[in-house]
Ligand binder design. Sequence first.
Ligand code: HEM
Length: 461
Amino acid sequence: MPQIDAEAAMRPPELGHGQPSSALLGIDHLLRIRSNQLAFYCELRDRHGDAVRLRLGPYRTWLLFHPEYVEAVLTREWQHFIRFEKLTNVVKQWNGPSLLLAEGSEWRERRRKVMPAFQSKRMPTYAAAAIDHAHRLTLQWSHLAGARREVAIDTDAVMARLTLDIATTTLFGAEPLPNGDEIQKAIQVLSDTAFHESTVPVVLPDWRVLPSKRRKRWAMELMDSTITGLVRRRLDDFASGGLRDRGDLLSMLVEHHEGNASEIRNDSMSLLIAGHETSGALLSWLFACLANNSVELSLVQAELDAALRERLPTLSDLRSLPVTTSAIEEALRLYPPAYSLFLRQATADVAIGDLRIRKGDNVQIVPHALHRDPRWYEEPQAFKPSRFRQAATWPQFAYLPFGAGPRVCIGQNFALMEACLVAATILRKWEPAPLATMPKPSAKFSLRPRCGLPMVWRSRA
Ligand code: HEM
């Protein structure tokens, strides 16, 4: 069994940085990124070290693989990096200026206004919604299974729909939207569009008569009319004396954005898009990992049986579920939905140790590669939740499922709470059967199983 080399872990990043040769201004690199970026990044790290300089079109891009570099970019020097504009402009087409995309004082102001929606005193209402939707799902499964006591479903599609329904209730206080399947499809189209438009050398104009452009227009219009409609209804309701705080995220956005409809619409869209697909992906990977690790699954089940017996979980159960929590943390390590952070661009020359990053250079940080680095993790490819129940063997910035520093995920606590309560609600009654093979990941907007997650669930009754 490989041992963590404690000395290597403390050693500073390798001196002398790699620069792979490239053809055609880096189009060959762009093609590798489009076809299998995770393998490409690991290959670059193994061949060229902790800081790899790539040419991608007109841009010089640094891939940073050492936690010390990562820490500097995300914390000490964070003011000198902004989200790469070419990328944010893609997402702005449907998201508008919002917390996810803003910079400087505009970002600070938005973060201050959105933060109150995530205060811990608001969590019990969000938790109740997560448990309620997950419970309804298990009742549907019982109905579907009948006497067979098992259901075969695409767990990835079901988790995406479940997290959309939870987001609809926690964000907008609404029952699942009647067109939820369409909304889910629209978010998928926009995620694919974001990935496509940010990784092709030339984006064709939207007026071109192409099926992909038609799909993009449809998705943008549907998302805009749905979110704008929900926001407008709430503002009208307030104007006619309706309840100000309904316990949802929208109430907070309305209050702190002082009724500014377009700001509320943009930040609602941001939260929905940033939160829903990532949370669904986390649950899919968690269930896939547990399905193929019977010992870990039994440990989680034993913990849930002891803590809950016959009842549904509540928010206050979270602290008595360390095994379930560690399984979630480990799934996030192996399959971080945000497998790569937003590409950042330097706004000034920045020196980080021996690195000289020039103004205009791009910087890419890849949690997926950091999380599987054998310098920090023993058996890095294995699903071993117990590593999160002991003292960490890795430096702080080698584990980044939610990013770090001032721009750390604002929904982190919400997402962990939701994952744990949904997993507990489902796994107390149902167990995933082993998969023939672990699904291959597809790294697009977020890390999802490439061909869905067909899975058999068996009733534990
Ligand atoms: C498992 C679920 C989630 C994962 C893995 C995740 C991951 C991340 C990561 C890595 C970042 C930082 C990106 C960067 O610095 O480049 C981020 C930012 C963000 N996340 Fe999440 N997220 C999740 C759930 C959520 C939820 C539930 C919400 C809201 C309801 C949310 C809203 C946001 C927003 C608004 C930002 C931008 C914050 C800022 O720039 O100030 N996320 N997320």
